[in-house]
Design a protein around this ligand. Structure first.
Ligand code: NAD
Length: 342
């Protein structure tokens, strides 16, 4: 008998893919002929919230689906980037990718579970029917990652995972990136613990500089945790005794040694913007004020990594797009925000 829907769309991060996700896939395959699994947060640099690339997650899910006869012939995988500052761009990307697979006249449903306020995205596809699955065994990816990255024994979390994910996680423990993520996890936990004695949860204020000249943007490499080794904008925490503009110029000079006089830098600011996505930093709520400094075309001034940066260099805009998945937090989105405007 033909099923109620031609296609079901299942959006998730699947970090990692657990039994609750697997149960949802089973329901989707009962309700629809085919399933489109949207693997979210594509091209994010590995961190403790998103340890695995979209390709690794697809591999993990494929392994798990082998236990459902014929499932893999009916499932499509679609990696989708986050658009932290534009739900419209994100929705449009998913609409287009689903249209490419399902065509114009298919009966489509989106499946998921409204688990908390972060599930709001399930409501922004009104053209599709909605299938609510309910919660399965209260399994929670955040808790699974915490257990895994705090090096707990496998017995502490294996009973919430399909066999495919168990095998994937066991193999991943042999890779050096697993150790790096465990260290990062312990650093972030320590950081949060240090602030837990404050009477209110802190909101941090930082500044960032997007300096562009002749098709290049000034980039640093982070010397320390969190995000050690990732590419970032010159910037950092605001000091108590300075304005945001002064903080941005201080950090820019400290981290890159940029040999352009301060009055020229001030006079070259063409735009500024506040970036405040609540989830943009794993250390806690952090609002950054970014300035766009467009220098006159010409020879690129010398720069040298210093302070919190072990390297500073002028990255061509072509390289920028090629290295999207090496950027810290939302710094790629911040650069993109400004360079797409001029
Ligand atoms: P997830 O893997 O945590 O969850 C995927 C789905 O499974 C959700 O519907 C969730 O409620 C459900 N689920 C989780 N545990 C369950 C359980 N025990 N039982 C039953 N169902 C369960 O993924 P997520 O974080 O919700 O994924 C959303 C993706 O969409 C992310 O990549 C996010 O970044 C992206 N997103 C992007 C934008 C943007 O870029 N503008 C906006 C919204 C969402």
């Amino acid at each position: 008998m033909r099923k109620r829907y031609d296609f079901c769309v299942y959006i998730g991060r699947f970090q990692p893919f657990h039994l609750g996700h697997l149960e949802t896939v089973k329901i989707a395959l009962q309700e629809a002929e085919q399933l489109i699994i949207v693997v979210g947060s594509h091209m994010t640099a590995p961190n403790i919230r998103n340890p695995w690339t979209a390709a690794q997650r697809e591999k993990m899910i494929r392994e798990c689906l082998q236990e459902i006869p014929g499932a893999l012939d009916r499932v499509h995988f679609v990696p989708v980037r986050d658009q932290l500052y534009s739900d419209n761009l994100w929705v449009a990307d998913i609409q287009q990718k689903v249209l490419d697979i399902a065509g114009e006249s298919s009966a489509i449903a989106i499946i998921g579970h409204r688990k908390d306020s972060t599930s709001y995205y399930l409501d922004i596809f009104p053209q599709w029917s909605y299938i609510e699955t309910g919660n399965f065994l209260n399994i929670n990816s955040t808790e699974l990652r915490s257990t895994y990255l705090s090096r707990a024994p496998q017995s502490a979390y294996f009973d919430e995972l399909p066999l495919g994910t168990q095998d994937f996680l066991t193999a991943f423990q042999q890779e050096s990136v697993y150790e790096q993520l465990c260290e990062e996890y312990s650093f972030i936990e320590g950081y949060k613990k240090a602030w837990s004695v404050a009477p209110y949860s802190p909101t941090f204020v930082t500044t960032d500089a997007v300096v562009v000249q002749s098709g290049h943007v000034l980039i640093v490499r982070r010397k320390a945790r969190p995000g050690q080794g990732l590419y970032a904008l010159p910037g950092g925490f605001l000091n108590q005794n300075e304005t945001i503009l002064e903080g941005m110029l201080r950090e820019l000079k400290e981290e890159t040694g940029l040999k352009v006089p301060l009055p020229v830098l001030r006079g070259s600011i063409v735009d500024s913007h506040v970036f405040d996505n609540p989830g943009r930093s794993l250390r806690g709520r952090t609002i950054t004020h970014a300035y766009f400094i467009q220098l006159k075309a010409g020879k690129l001034p010398p720069v040298k990594g210093n302070d919190d940066a072990d390297k500073a260099w002028w990255m061509s805009l072509a390289d920028l797009y090629a290295h999207e998945n090496k950027f810290y937090e939302d710094h790629f989105s911040i650069v993109q925000h400004f360079v797409s405007r001029v």
